[in-house]
Write a protein that binds this ligand. Structure first.
Ligand code: PLP
Ligand code: COI
Length: 339
């Protein structure tokens, strides 16, 4: 294996040695299979290709100073994957299978778990797809659940440095009673055009508004939104955003640090009242936001005076990373060790 430049890894696909797979056929999940192929073969009428029966997850494994590998909150990703499965009528994945698949995929690719202190992690991508054929719009009778992994660096190339985002109203990510709250491919398809435009215009990401009224902040394309006002951590309540496990963890840490947590609809105009704002997610970790431009009004909201990350975002980031990398005790029971 050629030497990996851990410090300069992008967030992207990285070929590793193995992935693991299980097929649901004839009413039951089959044995976990190990594969060294990056390819899957499937029926041309598979429902994932035609009717969007596809859900995925994203979680990370970290190597501590002690050399041990820690997986962060995998039970939450399992619950969310099954919530996604129920939302688009796919077969749910039993806990044992999810657990064994994630651990096996990490163990088999252990050499790709970045060393401690490089600012990188092993990204774990579980995937659940309808593989059985249908031409009428119906759920499949056969499914594939698989897990692949790869080392990654920060999602936004800035890392833990402030990024710029833009509020858009001419595109919606998800409808109020649609699929925004689950992690299915269609939501990401809807975000591709506005995200591409935002990148071309020099923004790290789009900030989507609630699609019913276009008044409230929903979330960034691949991450939740949060704000800090005094001693309060504020994050949107919305039926069309993905319940972020990172956001939930930051709320727990904030409360543990004696902060208030307020989950409620956030009006765009409230941006003028906040001390700090940021995006959070497994891939993004915390991305502090320095500037938000409203594409329609061209109004700008500015944070991070002198380009510096706000103290509360800094504190939350440091505490979260410390738990993930084993530098702080796992007091909330979030870690699974890979033996
Ligand atoms: N929002 C969206 C749309 C996402 O794709 C993700 C990534 O999973 C998140 C938020 C962050 O969620 P989590 O913290 O569970 O990774
Ligand atoms: C994650 O944070 O895990 C994501 O899946 C975000 C993005 C890559 C879709």
């Amino acid at each position: 294996m050629t030497q990996i430049d851990w410090k300069n890894l992008p967030f992207g696909y990285f070929k590793t040695d193995y992935n693991v797979r299980s097929y649901y056929r004839n009413g039951h999940w089959g044995e976990l299979e190990v594969s060294s192929s990056e390819l899957i073969t499937m029926h041309m009428a598979a429902t994932c290709l035609h009717y969007g029966q596809e859900a995925f997850e994203g979680l990370k494994a970290f190597r501590g100073k002690d050399g041990k590998i820690r997986i962060f909150r995998m039970d939450e990703n399992w619950k969310r994957m099954n919530n996604s499965a129920r939302g688009i009528l796919m077969e749910e994945v039993p806990w044992e299978l999810f657990h064994d698949a994630v651990l096996k995929a990490v163990e088999l690719n252990e050499k790709y778990v970045p060393p401690f202190g490089e600012g990188a992690a092993l990204y774990i991508r579980p995937l659940l797809i309808g593989t059985g054929p249908q031409v009428g719009v119906k759920p499949a009778e056969e499914y594939l659940f698989m897990v692949f992994v790869g080392p990654v660096g920060p999602y936004f190339k800035e890392g833990f440095s402030p990024v710029k985002m833009e509020i858009v109203r001419d595109y919606h990510r998800a409808a109020p009673r649609g699929t925004g709250h689950i992690k299915v491919g269609g939501n990401y398809a809807a975000s591709l055009v506005p995200a591409h435009r935002a990148h071309q215009d020099g923004y790290a990401s789009v900030l989507f508004l609630d699609s019913a009224e276009e008044k409230y902040i929903d979330e960034a394309g691949p991450a939740n939104f949060f704000a800090i006002k005094g001693n309060t951590y504020i994050t949107p309540a919305s039926s069309s955003i993905l319940p972020s496990i990172t956001n939930k963890s930051l709320q727990t840490i904030a409360e543990d640090e004696g902060m208030e947590v307020d989950v409620r609809p956030i009006l765009v105009e409230e941006l003028t009242d906040f001390d700090e704002v940021g995006a959070c997610g497994t891939a993004a970790v915390i991305s502090p936001i320095s500037t938000i431009i409203d594409r329609d009004t061209t109004h700008g909201y500015h944070f991070c005076k002198d380009g510096k990350v706000g103290p509360v975002s800094e504190m939350l980031y440091t505490k979260l990373r410390a738990i993930q990398e084993g530098e702080a005790p796992d007091k909330f029971g979030w870690i699974t060790f890979v033996e």
